[in-house]
Design a protein around this ligand. Structure first.
Ligand code: UDP
Length: 341
């Protein structure tokens, strides 16, 4: 029998790419989303890419405990990939209660439903934000987690702990936390990608919107950092590579190959890239000039972070494959697709 994966938040940016890769790897997938931060186009894109018309889709809120229980009653679920969460750092500072309520409650409801249904494998989407401004680079999974600088970041730490403690108390539940670095780019078909609400906070959507003329000028936040060119260093991970890491992690769980009942993996490329390098790579790959200026540092930004990926490479048999050029070409193709629809 095919294994069935529940993808909470499966209509969003990362969830839609993961759903495609799961289906292409032969899994059955149930997509659930409350559509609070996306439209139907992500799910429609998944159907188009995979050619599958009959993917179960449930519109529901993971903060509704009874609805989560009903979902587990209705479907036999071998693993949950839990994306359903708010993710805007700035908004989380302005509205912490909204972030704590949503991000913690939805995972609690998944954990409770897993318990009441005889156990489950749970993959939690965490973030490199848990490392803060790391003293040593690259960061390994053993690097210390530093106090979070935003409620959003704190929910990632608390959710990791909720999963770890639940796994420790209940042998029928296993968990993996994937710590993402900076996911960017879009599916090579240009049928799914990131759909930022309003003015983008993240670098790559801001770049593509500037290139297409939706924004007049990219502000590069800080050029006096202690880095080779003065701009911040990040580890930009291609969205399809990131999605493939989920397939590898879920497969490890459902095939019973985990070494511990709770495991953590960094998902990045292991390669630091500065903001300026990213901008010039984007210009070069896509043959255009970007209007940008240097601006003040953005409060809360860390100077540099990139991953030691050797654990994921070894244990998941996964490695990032797409080049930065391919990824930035896909981001631009997606922006053009959006402009044309
Ligand atoms: N950045 C920038 N201009 C923007 C958005 C981001 O210079 O309009 C920089 C930001 O300061 C950081 C890097 O790009 O150094 C990545 O930022 P992003 O928000 O994409 O991800 P983060 O690493 O903050 O999660």
């Amino acid at each position: 029998m095919k294994k069935r994966i529940l993808v909470s938040g499966g209509a969003g940016y990362i969830g839609s790419h993961v759903t495609v890769e799961l289906l292409e790897a032969g899994y059955e997938v149930v997509v659930a989303d409350n559509m609070s931060n996306c439209d139907r186009s992500g799910f429609e894109g998944v159907r188009q890419i995979t050619g599958k018309e009959d993917i179960p889709f449930v519109e529901m809120d993971f903060c509704d405990a009874a609805a989560v229980e009903r979902l587990f009653d209705e479907y036999r679920i071998d693993a949950v990939i839990h994306f359903a969460a708010f993710k805007a750092v700035g908004e989380s500072v302005a509205e912490p209660i909204k972030y704590y309520r949503n991000n913690l409650t939805s995972l609690l409801n998944v954990l409770e439903a897993a318990r009441s249904h005889g156990g489950c494998n749970i993959l939690f989407s965490s973030s490199a934000t848990v490392y803060g401004e790391a003293a040593e680079l690259p960061v390994t999974e053993q690097s210390p987690r530093l106090p979070a600088t935003s409620p959003y970041g704190n929910t990632k730490q608390i959710c990791e702990d909720m999963l770890r403690d639940t796994v420790a108390s209940d042998r029928s539940i296993r968990g993996i936390a994937l710590r993402y670095f900076n996911p960017i780019g879009a599916h090579p078909s240009a049928l799914i990608g990131e759909l930022p609400r309003g003015v983008p906070n993240n670098l790559v959507p801001y770049i593509t919107q500037t290139a297409i003329g939706k924004r007049s000028c990219l502000s590069i936040f800080g050029n006096d950092y202690p880095t080779p060119d003065g701009t911040c260093l990040r580890d930009y991970i291609d969205i399809v590579d990131l999605a493939r890491a989920h397939v590898a992690a879920v497969t490890r769980m459902v095939e019973g190959r985990m070494k511990e009942d709770y495991e953590i993996f960094n998902v990045g490329t292991g390669r630091p890239v500065s903001v300026l390098e990213l901008v010039s790579a984007f210009e070069q790959v896509n043959g255009l000039k970007l209007n940008y200026r240097f601006a003040d540092r953005r409060p809360g930004d860390v100077v540099a972070i990139w991953a030691d990926t050797s654990l994921a490479n070894r244990e998941l048999g996964w490695t990032a494959r797409r080049t930065l050029a391919e990824t930035l070409a896909s981001a631009w193709a997606w922006e053009k697709h959006l402009a044309g629809r």
